[in-house]
Write a protein that binds this ligand. Structure first.
Ligand SMILES: [Cu+2]
Length: 388
């Protein structure tokens, strides 16, 4: 995966736009952001401002550390400290956000026959927000890993190749299988295969389960598999979008060199960034789309590692909600406003929107919005997207 390089170009005032949407620290809010920052966001902004000393600490090095708690190996910047780097951004953040190629949210087609999945683990630097680099343990194309689509009852064959520097593994929540046999460690340069029958429909997490699991997940080793229920069980969807929620814990701001994992922050559950599909706010600049009246289905999985996501679409209600990805229609909820998706779990949501407009989707646990869990659904191809 290629990423735009960070630059010190200071020609754009758009930094403040990005800072506003992701952190809520800027005072001036342009028309773009009025779409997102509706009335009940004001309190959240104020709260975030108090709780997140990001502006003061960006690029700063704290010495108030907890020695021995940081597993990143970085012995200089931020070791063991809880200093927040939330909202750190270069001057050209707005241009970088525009140039960013969003993670594809569309559910890919399910393969015929056996779902033959080849996953490759690798160490690589990813961008998790405009200009913010992170030294990830991830997949061939970054984090999350590829969305896998299978049909209920289909045989799924997983082949995992470890191109990383240390042992890893892959645990599929959709599988009923002896974990000591299937989910064992794979050494660098080695591959492993196992099969399971996807008898349970829903959207499920897969992740590296090698110890310390917290660190392996936080470093990017997760993805989603959608197991589509048998035909006729669900109302037909016109659009299917997959969203993987996760949070990131940084030992530095990631602007000049890739940040690494902060165990102290991960234990304190104090993420710097929270994302949908691995990059803060990417569907604000690059909205998902639907036509008026279409049934839009969101397959949402929360990789955590530790924090739930609270799914909400501004301007509508969830017509059908399948809590915890229990796809039995008799268990579905209807016309609800916000639904929790637990860390390590999934849920499925249908919305049908008739009036054209820009409909933000968020985690309504609002610190998550300031830290990047926000996007837009453009219904009816209306103007005013975030391209200017
Ligand atoms: Cu791993």
């Amino acid at each position: 995966m290629s990423y735009p390089s960070q630059s010190s170009n200071s020609s754009s005032g758009a930094f403040f736009m990005v800072a506003t949407i992701l952190l809520g620290l800027a005072v001036g809010i342009g028309a773009i952001f009025s779409v997102l920052m509706w009335a009940d966001a004001h309190q959240a902004r104020d709260d975030a401002k108090k709780a997140t000393p990001a502006a003061a600490s960006v690029g700063g090095h704290s010495t108030a550390g907890m020695p021995g708690m940081d597993m990143s190996g970085d012995s200089v910047a931020g070791t063991g400290s809880l200093t927040s780097y939330a909202g750190a951004a270069p001057d050209n953040a707005d241009a970088l956000a525009t140039a960013h190629k969003p993670y594809p949210a569309d559910l890919p087609p399910a393969p015929a026959g056996v779902a033959d999945v080849h996953l490759v683990l690798t160490d690589l630097t990813v961008q998790i927000a405009p200009g913010v680099k992170y030294a990830a343990w991830a997949w061939a194309k970054g984090a999350p890993g590829p969305v896998i689509h299978a049909r209920q009852g289909q045989l799924v064959k997983i082949t995992l190749t470890n191109n990383g520097a240390i042992p890893h593994s892959v645990d599929f929540h959709a599988a009923r299988i002896a974990p000591d046999k299937a989910f064992g460690d794979v050494f660098p340069g080695k591959s492993v295969s196992y099969t399971f029958r996807a008898n349970d429909a829903g959207v499920f997490m897969y992740h590296c389960g090698t110890k310390p699991v917290l660190m392996h997940i936080a470093n990017g080793m997760y993805g989603a598999i959608v197991v589509e229920p048998k035909p006729g069980v669900l109302p037909k969807a016109d659009k299917n979008y997959v969203r993987v929620a996760s949070e990131w814990y940084l030992d530095s701001d990631g602007l000049t060199k890739p940040a690494q994992f902060s165990q102290a922050k991960a234990h304190a559950r104090m993420p710097d960034w929270m994302t949908f599909n691995g990059y803060a706010g990417q569907y604000v600049k690059h909205p998902l789309t639907a036509k008026p009246g279409e049934l839009v289905r969101f397959w949402v999985m929360d990789a955590g590692p530790s924090i739930d996501t609270d799914f909400h679409v501004v301007g509508t209600l969830l017509d059908n909600a399948y809590p915890f990805a229990d796809m039995n229609p008799a268990h579905a909820l209807h016309n609800v406003q916000t639904m929790t998706v637990p860390a390590g779990g999934g849920a499925v949501f249908d919305v049908r929107i008739h009036e054209p407009g820009l409909y933000p989707f968020v985690s309504h646990s609002f610190a998550a919005v300031d830290q990047g869990q926000v996007g837009l659904l453009n219904v009816g191809n209306v103007n005013g997207t975030m391209s200017h």
